[in-house]
Ligand binder design. Structure first.
Ligand code: SF4
Ligand code: SF4
Length: 371
């Protein structure tokens, strides 16, 4: 296996699942639940959303049957890989009363080895942003770090985009560039259904052992590149990132914040579906007998009034201040804090906003009212 680009038959994806399982990985991949794409543990390729495509616009999501039996023609759903690396709810500790002493119960230290299958370019970028936040700052998050260390990633080049995608503006997709062990491009025509596989790591090479393959030709490579190019060209949504930090910092009093605040429900959906948002809160609980006390960490959102509560009240009392905080942090302050934007252009916050507020439109409106 000298060349890093190989061709395997589409059905050989099952052998990749089997090999990963035999190496002790739980295979997590897209599947369908409640008429949406979710990420869940599956072991059979027949559980992939074969032959489905999605339709997404502001506040709108529909999964539909498609004429071709492709494995990966849909894009991203409300779930992101964040739920596995930075779980929505984790118990930090538990204490049990034992006579007059206390027994401290330690928490899970060895999470399962996970293989993520079907990770998109924007999602690889989101994982890399959370790596920066949780692993490469002053403090390392032990929960994220333990979960992250053994992850195996099979990435997929997008062969289709939806109306909410703007990865091309954020330089995160549709091509997967780095941060994976294997990448796939799905090719289906009248004669064949195959994957062009790129091997990026030794671990990736190991997983392909015993899987029948042929070395990709220049023509195969060109076909795969054209698929990605066509997807990129189909992306209509744009976010103009030029001097965006300055634009946001100079426009705290821009009238467009009032306009968006009139529509925003402060429901926090946008932060829950965002693959990079990382804020959490901590709650202590006791059971009714007073025998057990626990501390839990769960996802929180800058859209809740409690999130900015300090003694005496909340700092951000209005929806306007909360929406402005989110956008200015995500697209501006994040650059100062972490050296990268907090947005990867996945479009989830647009689709899952019940009133269809669109982050790209908000930036456009700010620019129009700038000054
Ligand atoms: S802000 Fe919206 S488009 Fe950007 S990464 Fe988060 S969910 Fe995706
Ligand atoms: S922008 Fe949309 S999703 Fe976000 S809090 Fe407001 S209404 Fe909810």
């Amino acid at each position: 296996m000298e060349n890093n680009s190989l061709i395997i038959l589409a059905e050989s994806l099952q052998l990749i699942f089997d090999n990963l399982n035999s190496f002790g990985y739980q295979t997590i991949a897209p599947t369908i639940s409640e008429n949406t794409i979710v990420y869940d543990q599956i072991t059979k390729i027949s559980d992939l959303p074969i032959g489905y495509i999605d339709e997404q616009t502001g506040g709108h999501y529909r999964l539909k049957k498609h004429s071709k039996p492709t494995f990966f023609s849909y894009t991203v759903g409300a779930n992101s890989w964040k739920k596995y690396l930075h779980p929505p709810k984790v118990r930090l500790w538990q204490i049990k009363r034992k006579a007059k002493a206390m027994e401290f119960v330690s928490e899970e230290t060895q999470p399962p080895k996970l293989a993520f299958i079907g990770v998109r370019g924007c999602e690889l970028a989101a994982i890399s942003i959370q790596d920066r936040v949780f692993l490469k700052d002053k403090f390392v998050d032990p929960i994220y770090s333990t979960r992250r260390k053994d992850i195996f990633i099979v990435a997929i080049n997008c062969a289709r985009a939806v109306k909410t995608c703007f990865c091309t503006s954020m330089q995160t997709g549709p091509k997967v560039e780095e941060g994976f062990d294997l990448s796939l491009t799905e090719i289906l025509d009248d004669k064949k259904h195959i994957f062009l596989v790129k091997v990026a790591t030794e671990k990736g090479r190991e997983i392909l052992k015993n899987i029948p393959y042929k070395v990709a030709t220049k023509e195969d490579e060109n076909i795969a590149e054209n698929i990605i190019k066509t997807t990129a060209q189909s992306i209509e949504k744009k976010l103009d990132t030029e001097n965006i930090k300055e634009l946001l910092y100079q426009n705290y009093e821009n009238p467009s914040w009032d306009e968006v605040a009139n529509r925003c429900l402060s429901c926090a959906n946008c932060t829950m579906v965002c693959p990079t948002c990382f804020c959490t809160t901590v709650q202590d609980t006791t059971d009714l007998t007073g025998e057990i006390a626990e501390r839990w960490r769960s996802w929180d959102s800058c859209f809740t009034s409690d999130f900015s509560y300090i003694h005496g009240g909340s700092v951000r009392v209005s929806t306007k201040s909360r929406y402005r905080q989110w956008l200015v942090h995500k697209l501006g302050a994040w650059l100062d804090q972490f050296g990268t934007s907090g947005c990867v252009g996945c479009g989830r916050c647009i689709t899952w906003c019940p009133v269809g507020i669109d982050i790209t439109e908000q930036v456009k409106t700010l620019r129009e009212n700038n000054g």
